[in-house]
Ligand binder design. Sequence first.
Ligand code: PAJ
Length: 279
Amino acid sequence: MHVFRTIAEMQAAARQWHRAGQTIGLVPTMGYLHAGHLSLVALAKADCAVVVVSIFVNPTQFGPTEDLARYPRDFERDAALCREAGVDAIFAPEPAEMYAADASVWVTEEQLSQPLCGARRPGHFRGVTTVVAKLFNAVLPDVAVFGQKDAQQALVLQRLVRDLNFPVDVRIGTIHREADGLAMSSRNVYLSPDERRRAVAISRGVRAAEAAYAAGERDGAVLCAVAHNAITAAGGRPDYVELRSRHDLRELAEASEPAVLAVAAFFGATRLLDNTFLG
Ligand code: PAJ
């Protein structure tokens, strides 16, 4: 398995693979890998001759009061997991390799990135779209795989690819969960044992909303209240629980078209995401 630290080395390898007729699949990550990330690697491996995992804790997508400095990092563990999973190369640049000190070009998406996490984390999606565009230019992938766990991010990045004509086929992998249902996340390590036990209420709430939908409930306020109540009953603090169009993230009063019920909730100081598709 190769480890590339510079954009020039990464691009040179990518060009060589392309010349050899090999398709390249990219799984962008911020590291501290878990089985959810590895499920995306498996999707990439199924379709691509060469799989690259990028590991880069991207400073530009963190707000000034967020967890950039303490975001969990363990490169040796990540590298071992990638090797076991049959990853061909890791692209792991330092921040200074990715961003010139006077960098002044940004990639912004101006519609899908407005609500939900965009409203709570100003500048977050500008950082995500910019770094993913840069990762595409470094890795030159044919396929890029993202997770539905970050449903809004996946939609924003599909729009990035469409609107800037990146020659990249975007695939979205389903949400990988712990045995009790909690969506896997690198940030789950922040939870105290007590918070970890209670945080399962997020996925339980999402499942309860799914069950209400399956039983015929279509009222957005009711569906959201079902998830909201499960979280507050466990001592969590919902940041948002919203029913939105899966197509354009418009807020929906009723689940009358393909919808996403999107949740962000705090347990202690840790903010966790979950969601489900309805319809
Ligand atoms: P990160 O949080 O490391 O996630 C990397 C990828 O793994 C994302 O596409 C995310 O949706 C997916 N993922 C996370 N948890 C998952 C789970 N439980 N099941 C399946 N997939 C899961 O998302 C980012 O990094 C960054 O914003 C990034 C896209 C790398 C840009 O910096």
